[in-house]
Design a protein around this ligand. Structure first.
Ligand code: NAD
Ligand code: UDP
Length: 312
């Protein structure tokens, strides 16, 4: 594929930094835009010497002008702990940020991919979740700033597409994990691994019977790339359909990290989805994509990463 100039918003975050590596590896010019709310410069430090890479500190709730050919809009805190820290700002990032990035796509005639989320399905009553399911989101609860923000972002994508012919891609990302998750990220995989490696009790929220389906980050990056470069606007679910309870995940991580830690039970956060598993039939059919990295393999690589970071 010919070299392109690609903007990655949220490019110094967890998924974004892996995506920047991948796109540069394909010979593209990459501009990474981030306000460093949850992302860090250290995630992309190794790229700063690369002439094809540019790092720009910018908040996407402010307009941005540049000429690019593709935009991956990943800017948005993804962990409940962080997106609930300043919920109004989270809504602004999803809504005003989306409008700004769509205006940029329109003015520079770029294709834009939105990192949407399985949270658009809320606490789902349909299982596994296909793209046709409209979801069960509580618009009043503490998760709504993220869920509803992302839902409006999808609406904006569709309206700019219908009204202004902007070339869009909507990817609905399910729980993704791997190296470069921040130590204070607060999501379950990094929490459990850090607790296991430091001999602390693993904090299971609720009874641990709720399920999630975890996708390794390299699989997700490939899925996003396929989505961007193929001809379907979506929405398309991207995730690993291997479903596991949070309790079983704790056991698995304790084993994989040879830990002496025990588990303790804490209060379940409000509106915490009880079950989640992507139906990825569309991704398989339309993109020829499916995850390749097993949970054991991916968790081992992530444990190895945190061992290095923590010196354990
Ligand atoms: P992350 O928090 O590590 O990365 C988000 C990045 O966006 C950070 O670098 C942060 O500093 C930046 N950012 C936040 N607000 C911004 C703003 N207003 N302007 C500019 N930059 C801003 O999270 P992640 O896990 O890498 O998630 C990336 C994207 O994928 C997010 O949009 C998230 O909603 C989506 N997503 C992630 C998952 C997952 O499991 N990781 C699941 C579903 C959707
Ligand atoms: N969770 C947990 N212990 C933790 C962090 C999270 O038991 O230390 C639970 C959380 O309540 C949820 C699941 O793990 O049921 C996944 O949480 P995460 O924040 O990673 O992602 P999300 O809820 O957004 O899918």
């Amino acid at each position: 594929m010919a070299k392109q100039k690609i903007l990655v918003t949220g490019g110094s975050g967890f998924i974004g930094s892996h995506l920047c590596d991948f796109l540069l590896g394909k010979g593209n010019d990459v501009v990474c835009v981030d306000n460093f709310f949850t992302g860090t410069k250290s995630n992309v430090e190794h790229l700063l010497e690369n002439d094809s890479f540019e790092l720009l500190e910018h908040d996407i709730i402010e307009p941005l002008e540049m000429e690019v050919e593709q935009i991956y809009n990943l800017a948005c805190p993804a962990s409940p702990v962080h997106y609930q820290e300043n919920p109004v700002k989270t809504v602004k990032t999803s809504v005003m940020g989306m409008i700004n990035m769509l205006d940029l796509a329109q003015s520079s005639n770029a294709r834009i991919l939105q990192a949407s989320t399985s949270e658009v399905y809320g606490d789902p009553e349909v299982h596994p979740q296909p793209e046709t399911y409209n979801g069960n989101v509580n618009p009043l609860g503490p998760r709504a700033c993220y869920d509803e923000g992302k839902r409006v972002a999808e609406t904006l994508m569709m309206d700019y597409h219908r009204e202004n012919q902007v070339d869009i891609r909507i990817a609905r990302i399910f729980n993704t994990y791997g190296p470069k998750m921040a130590q204070d990220d607060g999501r379950v995989v990094s929490n459990f691994i850090i607790q296991a490696l430091t001999g602390k009790d693993l904090t299971i929220y609720g009874d641990g019977k709720q399920t999630r389906s975890f996708c390794y980050v390299s699989d997700m990056v490939l899925g996003l790339y396929e989505m961007m470069n193929q001809n379907n606007i979506g929405p398309i679910n991207l995730g690993n359909p291997h479903e596991i309870t949070v309790g079983d995940l704790a056991t698995e991580i304790i084993e994989l990290s040879d830990s002496i830690s025990q588990v303790i039970f804490k209060e379940l956060p409000e509106d915490d989805p009880k079950q989640r598993q992507p139906d990825i039939s569309l991704a398989r059919e339309l993109l020829g994509w499916a995850p390749q990295v097993s949970l054991k393999e991916g968790m081992s690589l992530t444990v190895k990463y945190f061992r290095e970071v923590l010196g354990k």
